[in-house]
Design a protein around this ligand. Sequence first.
Ligand code: ADP
Ligand code: MG
Length: 445
Amino acid sequence: MSAQQKAIPWGSRSVDLFEKIEQIGEGTYGKVYLARNKETQEQVALKKIRMDNEKEGFPITAIREIKILKELRHENVVQLKEIVTSKATKENKGEASIYMVFEYMDHDLTGLMLNDGQWMPTAAHIKCYMKQLLQGLHYCHSNNVLHRDIKGSNLLISNRGQLKLADFGLARPFTEQLGHYTNRVITLWYRPPELLLGAVQYGPAIDMWSVGCILAELLTKRAIFPGKNEIDQLDLIFKLCGTPNEDVWPDVGKLPWWKTFKPSKVYKRCIRETFKHFSPDALDLIDKLLTLDPKKRITASEALDSEYFWTNPLPCDPADIPEFPTSHEFQAKKRKQQMHMTGDALKRQRGPGGAPMSVPNPPSQPKYPNQQNNYYNNNQPPYSGRNPPSSGPLKGPPSAPMSTGRMPAPPPSNYQGRSQPPPPSNSRPPLPRDYRSSAPNHQQK
Ligand code: ADP
Ligand code: MG
C-alpha cells in the first residue's frame, strides 16, 4: 500500500474524485463501472453497493466482502483500494451511495470465453491462468477464507496476463473444526456434489470442485455441467463422475439429501473416456479435482505440485500472453444481444427467405459433454509448447496470514425467489426452492 493510500481513511473521499467511463458489470449486488481518477488518471473499477434491496441498512454481503478483502493481499487476489461515497443530491434522486474502488482489470474469464473463438489460449496460456487461479486460492485457503463463488466472471484477467480472484461477496472465514454453514453457495454449474446433497459442514474442497469445472471448461470451451436445476445438476455430475457409493465416498450416505436425490440409475465414472483427447497430465488433474468425495479431492497446493504444471508445455509467464480487446461478461453479452437484435431486425426487413445473416448467433445453451463428442475431438487448444516456459519455483504459502474473525452469515433471503435456470452468468446461486423447508438456513453461515 502506498503512503498516500495509507493516509486516506476509507470512506472519507467522494466518488466525484472519479470520472465514470462506462458500465462494465451488473451483478446481483450492484453495478460495476470503469472509471478514472481525475487527479492521477489511474483507471479503477468502481463497484456500487446496491442499497435499494436492503431493509436493514448496509448489505451484509458488502460488509463481508470489504472485511475479507481488506485483509487479503496477494498478486492473484483483486486489490480493494478504498471505499468512496456520494452524497444524496437531486441528480441522484436523494440516494447516497457507497462504492468499492478496485484496481481495474481488462477482462473477466467469461467475457474472454464469450468471444466466439477469437480468444484462443494455448496450452501454456491455460496452464499460466490455472497456476495463478490455484495460487490465489491457495493463499485464501491458507488464510482460512473460502471463496464460495469460483466461476469465470469472478476471475479477472489483465492485459499483462495476470489473473486475480474477485467477488468475495459470498466468501467467509472457516475454521479447521468443521462449522455449520449454508449450502446455498457457489453458482449452480460450479457447485460440488456435497453442497447439492445438502452438506453444511465443508471446507476448501468446495472451491476445488469449481476449479475442476473451470479447467475442463477452458479446455473444451464449454461449461461441463450446465444443469438447469439442482436435480439436473446432480444428474450431470453423476453421469460424468459416476454414481457415488460407500466405496468411493464413504460419507455420502450421511448427507441430508442423499436419500432424496440418490439416482435410481447407476452410472460408471467416464471422465477419462470423455476427455481422452486432453493431455494425460491435464486429464489426471481434472480427475483429481472432480473427485466426488471432498475428503479425497486434491487441495490447491497439491494441484500446484501436479505434473500438469511441471511438464511441457510449461505454464508461460503472464507477460507472454498477448493482449486482447477488453472483454467483460456484461459487455460481451450485451454485444451479442445487440448483434442478435440487429440480426432479427434485418431478418424482419428482408422478410422470410431473405439472404442468410452474417451475424453470429447468441451463445447457445451448452450441452452435456457426451452429446458433444465431436466438439471434444476437434476443438482442443493447441498443445504447441510455443511459449518459453516460465522459470522459478511456485510461490510458497503466503507469508502474512490474515486475522480471521468470524463474520456474519450470508443472508439466505438474498437468494430467495431468484428464477431458474440459474446462470452461467454473474448471478448468485439461486435458492433451491425444493430444499427450503429441509434446511434451517438461519443458523447457517
Ligand atoms: P457481483 O457480485 O455483482 O457479481 P463482481 O465483483 O463479480 O460483482 O463484479 C461484476 C463484474 O464486474 C465482474 O464479473 C467483472 O466483469 C466486472 N468487474 C468486477 N471487478 C472488476 C475489476 N476490478 N476490474 C474490472 N472489472 C471488474
Ligand atoms: Mg460476480
